[in-house]
Design a protein around this ligand. Structure first.
Ligand code: GSH
Length: 242
């Protein structure tokens, strides 16, 4: 039987969102603690994650308030490690299927998300670089999708890895938020590239993900949008002046 799980998370963070989706898929009770990334509590680095990032899990140990983590719980970090940990704790969740071939396919998809989508998204959305690299990254993952359904057919760790990134690129670009100048329609223009007919399969895939309850119940669109507006206003002020 699994022991207590406390998840340290932040709604804005796509990596933390992965752990929340995995826990929702496992239908497990856990304690959720929102970390304010702009003003982290003093105890977070010494007692939970020495590198100060979310997500992190405190697993097991005595029952304690989340803001007073026990040294007796095991602290685990890194979103993809946490997704696999949750899959291992709750094999019946199907987050990682039993079939070794499907498991390998899920991991290959996750690898493409880590090595292609996530860096291209940071380059385009944060640093305002050429959007073509994002189109290519999404074409590469689209090529791994079957004709219909989720990345390996059934919903799995593969979909959990990409879902938060698809959600955030769409939301930010639709609201013209990114590391490019404001009020020039650059965000919607990039979004049009991602909505091109050559990425139609990816668009359908994203619709399927949005309909998945574990995604729908863990994506707080209004909160993410409000935080993104603040964040990109600061980034633009630094880059282009007030
Ligand atoms: N590789 C990590 C990345 C986690 C990450 O970068 N989290 C960011 C928020 S999205 C964070 O906690 N930043 C706070 C900081 O660096 O101080 C993972 O997959 O969990």
């Amino acid at each position: 039987m699994s022991q207590q799980i406390t998840l340290y998370t932040a709604k804005i963070c796509p990596y933390a969102h992965r752990a929340e989706i995995a826990l929702a898929e496992a239908k497990v009770e856990y304690t959720r603690f929102e970390i304010d990334l702009r003003n982290k509590p003093d105890w977070y680095v010494p007692k939970v994650n020495p590198v100060g990032k979310v997500p992190a899990i405190a697993y097991g140990g005595p029952t304690v308030p989340a803001d007073q983590p026990s040294p007796e719980s095991t602290k685990l970090v890194e979103s993809l490690v946490l997704v696999e940990f949750i899959a291992d704790l709750f094999p019946e969740s199907g987050i990682l299927p039993k079939d070794p071939v499907l498991r390998a396919k899920a991991r290959l998809f996750v690898d493409a998300v880590s090595n292609k989508v996530s860096p291209a998204q940071a380059a385009v959305l944060i640093r305002g670089e050429d959007p073509e690299q994002l189109v290519q990254a999404y074409e590469a993952v689209q090529a791994l999708l079957p004709p219909q359904g989720f990345a390996i057919g059934e919903f799995s760790a593969a979909d959990i890895a990409i879902a938060p990134f698809l959600a955030r690129i769409e939301l930010n670009l639709a609201n013209d938020l990114g590391g490019f100048p404001a009020d020039q329609g650059e965000g919607p223009k990039i979004l049009e590239l991602l909505r091109a007919p050559k990425l139609a399969r990816l668009q359908q895939y994203f619709k399927d993900i949005q309909a998945r309850p574990s995604f729908a119940t863990t994506f707080d669109k209004e909160h993410v949008l409000a935080s993104s507006k603040r964040r990109f206003a600061e980034l633009r002020a630094k880059k282009y002046g007030a």
